[in-house]
Write a protein that binds this ligand. Structure first.
Ligand code: CP
Length: 342
């Protein structure tokens, strides 16, 4: 399968068999890594990692992964570039694309801004653009999640159910991209999906439509509820995490005074506090199947989103999931970056 030059911005842009190819390659690269076999598929190449937000897993998966493929990942903090002085997405794309072989971007904090920024960069260059998390999707995370799920339950996921749940954290506006990425990707691989959140924590309408359509096309269930206990009952996989209140996040975009922003933040925190009991604890884990797994993209807010007993307990697969960020990052880079003759 030739995926050279393809952008990886949303899993929705990729056909099922193309994503399966990435997963199979990630499995092979994991085996090579574990057995010390070299995988120098991208010698002397450069990928630019442009971050508008912080990262531990994503940055290090791509930096280490590039080295292990024989390439170099060049980290760029957007605030230390001329982007901070207003240089456009188009100009940035043309320039970085002319000097390297790939551009990867994290731009996830502003609803309506990150995905469109990446697509502007992608339109300006012929090197592949990889989404390291935007306002809509976190497609390198959900690929690693899927690799992890297949390692545990096998490739045939029909009849299994994942619960994508909101969970409490004392922060006012975490991105929506992880739950949105999960509800759109998982039905395509045969999983029934239950999305559960308090009424104010809805997701973007486009992602809800994609999830419904994907589930209908795959012949699986996509259910939405506001009862966390009921959602957990009989689940195979639980993935509880915090995200921001959609309407308040959208309202925030139109505010320009410090006073109004502070008032919006106060409203977000006040709303959040109503749902302090949305925690993944041992009682809730007992509602799921005995062999159910606990997943989280990390970092987790211990003591709020999840108890230590659950995240450090036998059902947690969070560190396997985090390690798989490396193998899937390598699969994406090795597949889409072009080898250029010297
Ligand atoms: N899960 C995830 O994307 O982690 P980082 O924010 O540390 O990259």
């Amino acid at each position: 399968m030739n995926l050279k030059g393809r952008d990886y911005i949303e899993t929705q842009d990729w056909a099922l068999e193309e994503i399966e190819y990435l997963l199979d390659l990630a499995d092979r690269l994991k085996d090579d890594f574990k057995n010390g076999r070299p995988t120098l598929y991208l010698p002397h190449q450069t990928i630019y990692l442009l971050f508008f937000d912080k990262s531990t897993r994503t940055r290090n998966a791509f930096e280490a992964g590039a080295t292990q493929l024989g390439a170099h990942a060049h980290f760029l903090d957007s605030s230390a570039t001329q982007i901070a002085h207003g240089e456009t997405a188009r100009d940035t794309g043309i320039i970085l694309g002319s000097m390297g072989h790939g551009i990867a971007i994290r731009h996830d904090l502003i609803p309506g801004a990150g995905n469109s920024y990446m697509r502007e960069v992608a339109a300006a260059t012929d090197v592949p653009v990889i989404n390291l998390q935007c306002d809509i999707d976190h497609p390198t995370q959900t690929l690693a999640d899927l690799q992890t799920i297949r390692e545990i339950f096998g490739r045939n996921l029909r009849g299994r159910r994942i619960v994508v749940s909101w969970a409490f954290a004392p922060s006012y506006a975490k991105p929506l991209s992880v739950p949105q990425g999960l509800i759109t990707l998982m039905p395509r691989f045969g999983l029934d999906v239950t999305l559960v959140h308090p009424p104010e924590y809805k997701l973007m309408p486009k992602c809800m439509e994609d999830a419904r359509r994907n589930a209908a096309e795959a012949g699986v269930k996509f259910e939405v509820t506001d009862d966390m206990d009921a959602a957990f009952e009989g689940a195979d996989i639980v993935y509880p995490k915090s995200w921001g209140a959609y309407d308040l996040m959208m309202e925030r975009l139109s505010l320009d005074s410090q006073k109004a922003l502070a008032e919006n933040e106060r409203a977000c925190l006040e709303l959040n506090a109503k749902y302090r009991d949305w925690i993944c604890d041992e009682r809730r884990m007992k509602l799921a199947k005995r062999e159910a797994i606990y997943m989280h993209c990390l970092p987790a807010d211990r003591g709020n989103e999840v108890t230590d007993a659950v995240i450090d307990g036998p059902q947690s697969v969070v560190f396997q999931e985090a390690e798989n960020r490396l193998h899937t990052a390598k699969a994406i880079m090795a597949s889409v970056m072009r080898e250029r003759p010297f």
